[in-house]
Structure formats: structure tokens, C-alpha cells
Design a protein around this ligand. Structure first.
Ligand code: SF4
Ligand code: SF4
Length: 383
């Protein structure tokens, strides 16, 4: 198990600082030694949607462009891509690249992917047996995973492991929520994707992260780090530590540990201490909190009481009616059709909802929130 994580503290998106960071954490530690002349390298960034860099929802283009420069200088042929949520078409990709500033990568000689063809492949992983993938990824010799550090409604943390969900074409993503409705199965599906598309290098843009109503409608928060590792799993453990997120609330981490891919934070080997960048009051969403308490009582009493506790403590999607513009996107994206529109406002059928938070992720105005009731808020603070 490789448990090395390299951290570089950096407070702004500045070309000179980024070049220094890459020299320190990538070049000096041999993390780019795999690059060969003529090698086709795909960088899977986080382009969850058409968001300006100021929103901190997507991987910052300057970080990606400076990495492209290093790879191209070593003779690689570099392509950048992702499958944003929703339609996966050339025109959607064009507008997302424009909105997120990714054209900067073309200035250093990298290509942006416009291939929207997809394939169904057979895999034999823990939970995934067949997988729908974007073909451009299959065309690369090597992949690099470049994620963004964010809070996440469903999975608590959006960083390295979660980023690989973007190998699934956008329009098919809700189907994966339907196929893997439990958080644990969904986490294992994500780990399976990371195994199928094993990235040689994994980086996290944690200079400005997103807190609160992530992964698309939260607030930017200065975190001040760039992180790198040759595997994604310990990177997420370090990210959770930095944003004060208990790993028990992050199923991708607990399942990675069970599968022997990483360890708890204490056994991770860091190039330097991160004590001075840990943020204790980072606004996280804790979907795991309900599970922790919902299995508290055993036997027949537990059978009656545990579901009630779970119901009370579970973080749920909830619409802020005043902010809702009635666009119906949440109802259209919901994989289990739990949302109907009434008087141009969404009504959620709680008996159907699987808490995938697709509605929250794709609400264009942030009106759908990951809602914690008062008890959960108090418990979150006390942790
Ligand atoms: S209502 Fe929202 S969180 Fe619930 S299943 Fe539908 S999209 Fe997912
Ligand atoms: S996606 Fe957001 S704005 Fe649109 S109907 Fe749903 S809650 Fe309202």
C-alpha cells in the first residue's frame, strides 16, 4: 500500500507559485517519472458544470494548464476532459470549457476532449460488473485525476475518489444512483471505478475549496493547499483531516480502509505537517451521522426505535421555496422520480427518496439544500 501524500501550502492561483509547488511535490519526488515521449495522457478534471472559477466548483484551469506544460515538455500528448452532469454533448462541453476557463490549457498545447461517444464495458469488481464510460478515457495510455476539494451532499467529501464518477457519461449518472442506492454500495462503486481507471497521479486543487451546500452551490473557502499522491485513497483521508471531517462520515474512506487501500490519518506519510492548515469550522455535510445513531439500539426495541432516530437525524434534500425558480431540473434529474412539481415548486416524496442529492447538485440557483435539522446541527458542532 502506498500511503505517501505530498502537500504544498499555497494561498493563491499564481503561475510562479504553482510552478514551485509542482517542482517541490511532483518533480523532486519522482511523481512525473512515468511520463514518456509520445505517451497519451488524459487529465480527468472536475468540471461538474458550467461554473466560473470564482464559484470554486471546478478544478482551477491555471493549475491544470501548468501541469499540462510540465507533461508536454516531457513529450506527452495531453487531453483534458470530464463528463459534467446532464447532457453529454459537444455543445455542452464547449460551453463548460468556456465557462470554467479550461481553454487556458490549449495555450500550452493541451487538447480539450470533444469526443462524446460512450461504451459499455465488462468489469469484474466488488459491486460493478458492467460500466458505461466515456470513450476518450479508453483512448489514453495513462490517466491523471485532478479533483477539487469540496463538501458533498451525498458523500460528505468530494475530492479524489469521488472525482472518478465523471468517467460515467453525465446523462447516465442518475441511473448509477438508482443501481447503488445505499451509501455504502455507492462508495464501493466509486472505489471500483478508481480501480478500473487506475490513475498514475492524483492531485487535489485545495487552494480554494467549497464548503456548505456542495458540490455545486456551496461557498468558496480558502484552504491553501495542493495535494498529490500516486493513489487517490490516502489523499481523501488527508483532505478530510484538513477540513475537519470525521472519516466515519465519509463512506468512500471507510470502505477504502476496509478494502486495504489506505489507513487512518495517523499512518499516512506526509512530506510535512498539516497542523497549520486544518480548518476546524469548515462547513461540512454529514450524511453518515444518521447511520451512526440509527443502529444504536439492538433487539426488538431497536427495530422500532432505530428507524425513528434515523428519520429524525438523516440529512435530507429540502427546497427553499423563496429561492426556487420552478425550472423543474430537480424533478427531471431525480433517479427514483421522488419529485413532483406543484404550483411550480418541487414536492419530495420522502418514502421514495434515496438521498442521492442529485436534485441539490443540479439545482441551478442553489434552492435545493442538504438540510440538517437542529439536532444534527448540534451533533455536528459537538463532534
Ligand atoms: S429527491 Fe433528490 S435526493 Fe431524493 S432521490 Fe430524488 S434527486 Fe435524490
Ligand atoms: S432545480 Fe432548483 S430552482 Fe429548479 S425547480 Fe428544483 S429546486 Fe426549484
Amino acid at each position: 500500500m502506498n500511503n505517501n501524500v505530498y502537500v504544498y501550502k499555497c494561498n493563491k492561483y499564481d503561475e510562479t507559485l504553482i510552478d514551485q509547488a509542482y517542482d517541490e511535490i511532483l518533480v523532486k519526488n519522482g511523481l512525473l517519472d512515468f511520463v514518456k515521449e509520445g505517451m497519451k495522457i488524459g487529465i480527468k478534471v472536475n468540471l461538474v458544470g458550467n461554473f466560473h472559477t470564482d464559484k470554486a466548483a471546478t478544478t482551477h484551469p491555471l493549475l491544470v494548464a501548468r501541469l499540462c506544460k510540465l507533461l508536454i515538455d516531457r513529450g506527452a500528448i495531453v487531453t483534458i476532459g470530464d463528463s459534467p452532469g446532464g447532457l453529454f454533448t459537444e455543445s455542452v462541453l464547449k460551453s463548460v470549457y468556456k465557462g470554467t476557463g479550461m481553454h487556458l490549457c490549449e495555450e500550452v498545447g493541451a487538447k480539450l476532449n470533444y469526443d462524446v461517444s460512450t461504451s459499455k464495458i465488462k468489469v469484474d469488481k466488488q459491486v460493478v460488473k458492467t460500466l458505461d464510460v466515456s470513450n476518450w478515457l479508453l483512448d489514453q495510455d495513462v490517466l491523471i485525476n485532478f479533483s477539487k476539494l469540496k463538501s458533498h451532499g451525498m458523500m460528505a467529501l468530494s475530492a479524489s475518489v469521488k472525482n472518478m464518477f465523471g468517467v460515467v457519461p453525465g446523462v447516465l449518472k442518475p441511473e448509477y444512483h438508482y443501481r447503488y442506492p445505499s451509501h455504502i454500495d455507492f462508495a464501493n462503486m466509486l472505489i471500483d471505478l478508481n480501480e478500473v481507471f487506475e490513475c498514475k497521479l492524483n492531485l487535489v486543487d485545495g487552494i480554494i475549496g467549497m464548503e456548505g451546500n456542495g458540490p455545486t452551490q456551496g461557498d468558496p473557502r480558502l484552504v491553501g493547499v495542493i495535494l498529490a499522491s500516486s493513489t487517490p485513497y490516502p489523499l481523501d483521508v488527508v483532505c478530510a483531516k484538513i477540513i475537519g471531517l470525521d472519516i466515519d462520515n465519509v463512506y468512500t474512506i471507510t470502505e477504502s480502509i476496509k478494502r486495504g487501500k489506505t489507513t487512518t490519518f495517523d499512518e499516512i506519510i506526509l512530506n510535512e505537517s498539516i497542523d497549520d492548515v486544518i480548518i476546524c469550522d469548515f462547513k461540512n455535510i454529514l450524511p453518515g451521522k444518521s447511520m451512526e445513531f440509527s443502529e444504536k439500539f439492538k433487539g426488538p426495541i431497536g427495530k422500532v426505535i432505530n428507524p425513528i432516530i434515523a428519520k429524525v437525524l438523516t440529512v435530507k434534500p429540502k427546497v427553499k421555496k423563496k429561492e426556487c425558480i420552478g425550472c423543474k431540473k430537480c424533478a427531471n434529474i431525480c433517479p427514483v422520480k421522488a419529485i413532483v412539481m406543484k404550483n411550480k415548486k418541487p414536492i419530495i416524496d420522502r418514502t421514495k427518496c434515496i438521498r442521492c442529492f442529485c436534485c441539490q447538485e443540479f439545482c441551478p440557483v442553489g434552492a435545493m439544500k442538504a438540510h440538517k435539522n437542529l439536532i444534527v446541527k448540534v451533533l455536528s458542532k459537538s463532534k
